[in-house]
Design a protein around this ligand. Structure first.
Ligand code: HEM
Ligand code: HEM
Length: 182
């Protein structure tokens, strides 16, 4: 797909809202998933929390799908600063990893549940059906879910470090234009 750089200097409000809402949801869901995995023993409490994890995850897939489509259709803004070209290339690659993570994380969770033979209730409003139990496919999807989380956390750390570097060291408008102040 061709990405046409736009000429305006700030991200539009839909992009800014989408960025910050999905950023908060993704960081919260990563923390939630790790908490569930590490600290909640099997039992009714884990079942309830897992239900919430899955429900919010489905909401992330719907909202995130729109947010990612919007970005791919609109293209990215050209660089705001004058960082060395390897840093610009790294930042761009990280943006693609982040966009992919917004879709791959909930989708792999859903596919894992589907082939694990478990239905996914969404806030008790409706349910996505259980599929045939195919253990290796369920395990593969959960493997992607777990490994994807680690890749995404690394990408977010790099991304935030880059944003802070642009703001406090380069003193350019990279961060400001994502909060509508450029
Ligand atoms: C934004 C979306 C999501 C994020 C960021 C996310 C993140 C995580 C993380 C970090 C873990 C712990 C890591 C691990 O399993 O090794 C986890 C576990 C899990 N997630 Fe998600 N998740 C998301 C959506 C979903 C969805 C939509 C479902 C299912 C419908 C789901 C089902 C699960 C299950 C079943 C586990 C436990 C897996 C296991 O015990 O191996 N997740 N999630
Ligand atoms: C507190 C944490 C975060 C900060 C401070 C931050 C900051 C920024 C800034 C300043 C930009 C603009 C870059 C530019 O104009 O070249 C940006 C873009 C971007 N950020 Fe973040 N970000 C954060 C978290 C996240 C998270 C968690 C994700 C996704 C999981 C994410 C995904 C993206 C993407 C894909 C872009 C490219 C433009 C767009 O599609 O919105 N960010 N971020």
């Amino acid at each position: 797909m061709a990405f046409t750089p736009r000429t305006c200097t700030s991200y539009d409000w839909i992009s800014r809202l989408g960025h910050w809402v999905l950023a908060a949801l993704m960081i919260a869901m990563l923390a939630f998933g790790i908490y569930l995995d590490e600290a909640v023993p099997p039992g009714p409490e884990r079942g309830a929390l897992m239900g919430l994890h899955k429900s919010v995850g489905v909401a992330v897939l719907l909202l995130g799908g729109l947010r990612v489509a919007w970005r791919l259709l609109q293209g990215f803004l050209p660089e705001a600063g004058h960082a060395p070209s390897w840093q610009a290339a790294l930042a761009k690659a990280v943006h693609y990893v982040l966009l992919a993570g917004i879709v791959v994380m909930p989708l792999s969770g859903l596919i894992g549940s589907y082939f694990g033979g478990r239905a996914t209730s969404v806030f008790g409003l409706f349910s996505l059906p259980a599929g045939p139990k195919i253990e290796w496919l369920g395990d593969l999807a959960y493997g992607i879910h777990g490994a994807g989380a680690m890749v995404l956390i690394g990408a977010i750390l790099l991304h935030v470090a880059g944003a802070l570097k642009h703001h406090f060291i380069d003193r350019d408008t990279t961060l400001l234009r994502m909060v509508g102040k450029a």
